[in-house]
Write a protein that binds this ligand. Structure first.
Ligand code: UTP
Length: 289
């Protein structure tokens, strides 16, 4: 069955971005002229998604306001109406981890596979993107059939391994990985792989069902990696799709990563980039003496 539904979990507290996130969602922080979560929605629509469920929570109502029609603010629709996008919302009662947030999507999925896109991470297309983006490639891999999940992965340097879920697997002739394990924030010395989970997945009904049975970890959070592990132990297959050369994941979850992402998108923007580069060069000359 084709995958046309997506889930965007946005119920986390955003503590690493305090005080900016005291009363506004981190997913609503702008990257250039639009909030992060609008970039995410545009990426999903380009990948063929027609229905989105946001899993929201406390202090996240600005996201719903943002996607409402608002004739007072001008006539241009936020999302091209030809996409026919339908947006739905549900709430995670308390932030008990990404795995827990996804439990609230089981009814929405109605027994079909869903794409999952983290609401605080952008995937920047490769500069000369010729082929389909990561959302489409994940869905295509899932639709080949026979897999419980497909995970986007990105090669990261040694020092970043302990910050991410790391996928271990065997590379196939077509470049995809047949996953043997997913380790949450491992010690780089303990794993051979440098392929980090990159904020986009396709999950089958089996993963959503497994999450309902997955116990919270020592910190009280339900981890998606634990559900993957249980499924692999039962002999289910999981594939990983690497980001293409030049395709980049940008998390905006810390002050440093958010600032760097904003700067990058601003300097590369066809409308404002040239002028901003001049201003940045002048500022750097001034600051560096
Ligand atoms: P993160 O772990 O990066 O977000 O989750 P966080 O928990 O908000 O961050 P800190 O550690 O407090 O700074 C990745 C995505 O999953 C969502 C977040 O909103 C974010 O978009 N999430 C996370 C949930 O929806 N529920 C949760 O319980 C945790």
């Amino acid at each position: 069955m084709p995958v046309t539904d997506a889930v965007i979990p946005v119920a986390g507290l955003g503590t690493r971005l305090l005080p900016a996130t005291r009363s506004q969602p981190k997913e609503m922080l702008p990257v250039l002229d639009r909030p992060v979560v609008q970039h995410v929605i545009e990426e999903l629509v380009a990948g063929g998604i027609g229905r989105v469920l946001f899993v929201t929570g406390k202090r996240k109502r600005a996201i719903e306001d943002h996607f409402d029609a608002d004739p007072e603010l001008g006539s241009a629709p936020l999302i091209d109406p030809r996409a026919g996008l339908q947006i739905l919302y549900t709430r995670q009662p308390r932030p008990a981890g990404l795995g827990d947030a996804l439990r609230y999507a089981e009814g929405f999925a109605e027994g079909r596979g869903v794409l999952v896109a983290l609401g605080d991470a952008l995937i920047e297309p490769a500069p000369q993107a010729a082929g389909p983006g990561i959302v489409r490639r994940l869905i295509d891999a899932y639709e080949e059939g026979g897999v419980a999940a497909v995970i986007a992965v990105e090669r990261v340097p040694d020092h970043a391994v302990s910050r991410y879920g790391i996928v271990v697997g065997r590379q196939r002739a077509d470049g995809l990985l047949e996953v043997s394990s997913v380790l949450e924030k491992p010690d780089p010395a303990s794993v051979p792989s440098r392929m980090a989970v990159a904020a986009r997945y396709v999950l089958s009904p089996a993963v959503l069902a497994q999450l309902q049975l997955t116990a919270p970890d020592a910190s009280g959070e339900v981890q998606l990696a634990d559900a993957f592990r249980a499924l692999l132990e039962r002999g289910e297959r999981i594939l990983a799709v690497p980001l293409a050369p030049g395709e980049r994941r940008h998390d905006i979850g810390t002050v440093a990563s958010y600032s760097a992402t904003f700067l990058r998108y601003a300097l590369r923007d066809p409308r404002f980039g040239a002028q901003l580069r001049e201003q940045a060069a002048a500022l750097l000359a001034e600051l560096d003496g």
